[in-house]
Design a binder for this molecule. Structure first.
Ligand SMILES: C[S@@+](CC[C@H](N)C(=O)[O-])C[C@H]1O[C@@H](n2cnc3c(N)ncnc32)[C@H](O)[C@@H]1O
Length: 291
């Protein structure tokens, strides 16, 4: 990922705007034409149908091991060394935040076989192994991505397991669909950059985890000036444009800090991925927090 990546990504997103406007015009969809938030959501839905698979291609080397409990201290534990893993993989009831077009849905299926051919889906995830996922709540407010999300659910044969909750996490409590302290795992992949009032809503989400529950995180975050002031400045400049063009995604969020401060954790293993270049405009945090 070069320093030019954000501009290339924004340019690609811009190419989806005329089609979104034309579609709304053709359908006389005045609410989309005259509401910036609705237009942005429809535009993002079209763009993410293209971008989602590209992002998955780059991120699956991290996200698949993360969800199998094979990432510790930012390093991926190879499948042959699973016995050294400390975190169980996902299992039980899972809350997936902002699943978008469902790029990670297949991983929740018992039929999913990673390249490492992990087929032991115990009820409880063992360290380094995914457990049996019994329920997934996909909290996704953008209706423009729901058709693709539902396609992925059907493709993974998860219609009886995966429930789309069509609200933002800020409205999850009033939806009554998920009880507090009821989920075994939260999965957030590249989505806390897009939610409103992140510090408060991350705290709200913490309350959905059972004691002992785990939060699996792969998010891009604010570049700290102490790492490289030039890259931090560059990120701040890119962020003047980025959220308007990439569906409200913010580059300058202290998501790692807010997650650590969301509540009391028995274990926090959340750091930058090992080997991530210092000049990345979108630096990440990866890991598992255990309640
Ligand atoms: C950058 S996309 C990532 C989608 C998906 N996680 C992936 O990796 O392909 C961010 C997602 O967060 C969703 N989102 C935005 N606001 C949200 C909110 N308030 N609650 C939950 N999800 C939200 C967006 O609709 C979008 O689908």
């Amino acid at each position: 990922m070069t320093v030019f990546f954000p501009w290339q990504f924004m340019f690609k997103s811009m190419t989806y705007l005329p089609g979104t406007l034309l579609h709304a015009l053709k359908n006389r969809d005045l609410t989309t034409l005259f509401s910036w938030s609705k237009l942005q959501a429809a535009w993002f839905g079209r763009f993410w149908a293209w971008a989602g698979p590209q992002v998955r291609q780059g991120a699956e080397v991290t996200v698949v091991p993360l969800l199998e409990g094979r990432i510790t201290n930012g390093s991926v534990i190879p499948p042959s060394d699973r016995s050294t893993a400390v975190h169980p993989g996902i299992s039980g009831a899972v809350l997936e935040i902002g699943p978008g077009s469902g790029m990670w849905v297949s991983i929740f299926s018992d039929k999913y076989q990673s390249s490492s051919a992990d087929s032991s889906h115990d009820q409880q995830g063992k360290p380094g192994h995914r457990g049996r996922v019994t329920r997934v709540y996909g909290v996704e407010p953008n209706p423009a991505v729901h058709p693709l999300l539902r396609q992925q659910i059907a493709k993974a044969d998860l219609q009886d397991v995966y429930e789309v909750v069509p609200v933002g996490i800020e409205d999850l409590a009033s939806s009554g669909r998920v009880a507090p302290q009821s989920v075994d795992c939260i999965v957030s992949v590249l989505c806390l950059c897009s939610i409103p009032d992140p510090e408060r809503n991350i705290k709200e989400l913490y309350n959905y985890l059972k004691p002992g529950g785990r939060w699996y995180v792969y998010e891009h975050v604010k570049r700290e000036r102490s790492n490289s002031w030039a890259v931090a400045l560059y990120q701040a400049f890119v962020n003047l444009f980025w959220p308007h063009i990439i569906g409200g995604c913010e580059l300058q969020r202290e998501t790692g800090k807010w997650l650590k401060e969301a509540g009391s954790w028995s274990n926090i293993d959340l750091v930058s991925p090992k080997g991530e270049p210092w000049f990345m405009t979108l630096p990440h945090v990866v890991g598992v927090l255990t309640k």
